[in-house]
Design a protein around this ligand. Sequence first.
Ligand SMILES: Cc1cc2nc3c(=O)[nH]c(=O)nc-3n(C[C@H](O)[C@H](O)[C@H](O)COP(=O)(O)O)c2cc1C
Length: 382
Amino acid sequence: MTNLKRCHSIEDLRRAAQRYLPRLVWDYIEGGVEDETCLARNRQAWDAITLVPRYLVDVSQVSLTRTLWGQEYALPVGIAPTGLAGFARHGADLMLARAAQQAGVPFVLSGAGTASTEAVMRVAPQSTWFQLYVSRDARVTESLLRRAIEVGVQNLVFTVDVPVHSNRERDARNGFVPPVKPTLSAIANALCHPLWLARFVRHGLPRFENWAPYAPAGASAKQIADLFTSQIPFTQTWQDLARIRELWPGKLIVKGILHEADAKLAAEAGVDGIWVSNHGGRVLDSAPAALTQLPLIRQAVGADIKLMVDGGVRRGSDIVKAMSLGADFVFAGRPMMYGVAAAGQAGVERALAILAHELSLTVAQLGGWETTMPPERIPSSH
Ligand SMILES: Cc1cc2nc3c(=O)[nH]c(=O)nc-3n(C[C@H](O)[C@H](O)[C@H](O)COP(=O)(O)O)c2cc1C
């Protein structure tokens, strides 16, 4: 059992999650692609930036709220989409969603999520965004969008940075690549994680609930997973983005942009937001850190488009750094998975509380937001 009172940093939650999870699931969450240099680069980019404080400023009232497209969030940080979250803990997507709703931040349900959009909207109506991968079958894509619109999702994230399967060697070694067949060593390791195993045995394979309607009635979790897998690799082009723009009445954010030219094309295609990301170092090992590309993309698209960034955010100070380099909002993926694995919804709430605490201290230590960034980046501005 994780004692959350002993978790003072995201790193503490990370260790607790690693203790709880079998290697197969841990490697899936923690791992990057190939040599994991992109994963390391993400973190190095944050560490390379320093913040110069200003003193003798009244910092007794520091606001952390951020208004995005008319909605006020308690913090400028949200929960990034993470597929297969149900492998970390049964019901993980709903726990992440509830924690986000509780904390007043966005939760992005993954297109490879293990809860349905409808169920997530029921528990987190103010927080839920939906992330889409285009499927081989256009009718499935359109149906996923229609269902999200019907239940009132406002913000759609279209992830574009997985044109083919990623070469994640940790997963290959564990047998956690389609068709999934855990190796004997991975199974033996799972037997050494009895708390995780007991839950897994009790609840069985997580179901891709969003995909259940497209499978035959009564299909097993495995059959639904096979259906989902048959729709990937996700062949996506700029035509798909144009089509999604036509179909989606709400805010559209394109996720996974790293090149300034792509950012410009996305802006021309009428997106409302660009999420600068390298998928947490999970796709192209030679890709630059997302943070490094952020100011270049801000320069390329101007001030009107909202920019999000993720990849290696582990401290509240990282949020300040991102915003001072041009981000309007920041997202974290693994930190929230650590929280949910370690202690369910309470673990995610703890992860968000840690980031909020560190953020408030950093902003106060810097002498307020005004000292670090231009007025349009200052939280609470519209
Ligand atoms: C386990 C895992 C699963 C992920 N699944 C998705 C996904 O389904 N869709 C997506 O757009 N991004 C996915 N991502 C990428 C995250 O949304 C995010 O870009 C990345 O985790 C940010 O880096 P961080 O984990 O260092 O915070 C996944 C990341 C992880 C760690």
